[in-house]
Design a protein around this ligand. Sequence first.
Ligand code: IFM
Length: 446
Amino acid sequence: MTTTPMPAFPAGFRWGVSTSAYQIEGGADADGRTPSIWDTFAGTPGRIVDGSSGETACDHYHRHTTDVALLADLGVDAYRFSVAWPRVRPDGGAVNPAGLDFYERLVDDLLTAGIDPVATLFHWDLPQSLQDTGGWLHRDTAERFAEYADAVAARLGDRVKLWITLNEPFIHLSLGHGTGEHAPGQALFLDALPVAHHQLLAHGLAVAALRARGAGPVAITNHYSPIRPVGDTEADRAAAVGYHALHNRLFTDPLLGRGYPTGLTTPAVRDGDLDVIAAPIDVLGVNYYNPTGIRAAPEGSPLPFDLVELDGYPRTACDWPVAPGGLRDVLVWLHAEYGDTLPPVQVTESGCAYDDRPDAEGRVVDTDRIAYLDGHLRAVHEAITAGVDVQGYYVWSLLDNWEWAEGFTKRFGLVHVDYDTQTRTPKSSYTWLRDLIAAHRAAPRR
Ligand code: IFM
């Protein structure tokens, strides 16, 4: 880690942290919640490495007051959480007021603490009842999503400070429906493309529903990864271009009015859909973790590319390469590629898992995470200096939490969680970030 002082960020830059409902809430049966596709998937033997589920997770549903106090101490401007669709419309149908009550308590407590609530409406926990009628392969799911967005906005539209329709629709498409590593566990490869379209349609319909309630500003959060071709054949380069279109452009092109990239459209698209999808948004959320190595597909592969490990980088506990320059690269690429059509950007997730444990004194010293965050914040600053309008940075995540198919084996938090006792212990990265935010609040400038 460099000893050069962190450059100052522009006045108004948003400091935040992110979480998601199924990863932290627990309270799986509380107040009328019904199962989501992740309850079903986690209950299927062999799907989650440690056999766990999010049934209890960090018990945030019953401990949100403690967690809001942690946020207040950290000094963040904004807290990005997600609303669980199966709490609000448990069967995809009638609204459950008790489910909304929880988010109302959370939002009001955040506002009292001076923290802006940032609500994501879909972070992968589709009600199982909607999966049973076809899930995202079925167009009606998009309509149900808009009704759900309307119900949340009717209750919280006056208090949420930024609405994010979907989290990482590409990851939900690729891992959930392309390879089956995530819920709902479908391995459809490129036949999964209708899932992309129906998620985008859901986004567009939800933007309209939110605007109709006077709720805003409105955003969507995409996952981005700079693609590094591995190998120097024409086929390797073509595979990298193709994968870049799938990972980075499939969702962004239609959102910003360009329609689908060549070869990535689907017969699911109907007249007028692209206009709905291209409804103006106020912010683009960017989630970044690592670059991706791509080479030509081996003979007989169901996909036209092959994902390969990139050598020469330090690695996190997920074995992901640590490459802060990749964050600068995706931000600069977005700016160069989409020009004036690109709305202001916020980095809505950036973070890393390490094998963090309390030492003999009970402290959790996570020096690697501090170096990771320091490097990625400098990369954001480089992008701002290069002319990209980046208005915020949210660390993934506030708490150690349930990391999907990795269960409890990967710790991403600024705060350590003992899952047996639910004890929260702020790590040294929490203190580092708190001091950084305080210093920048005292002296913001470019
Ligand atoms: O934990 C996830 C989160 O739910 C979505 N973005 C990536 C994180 C780390 O894998």
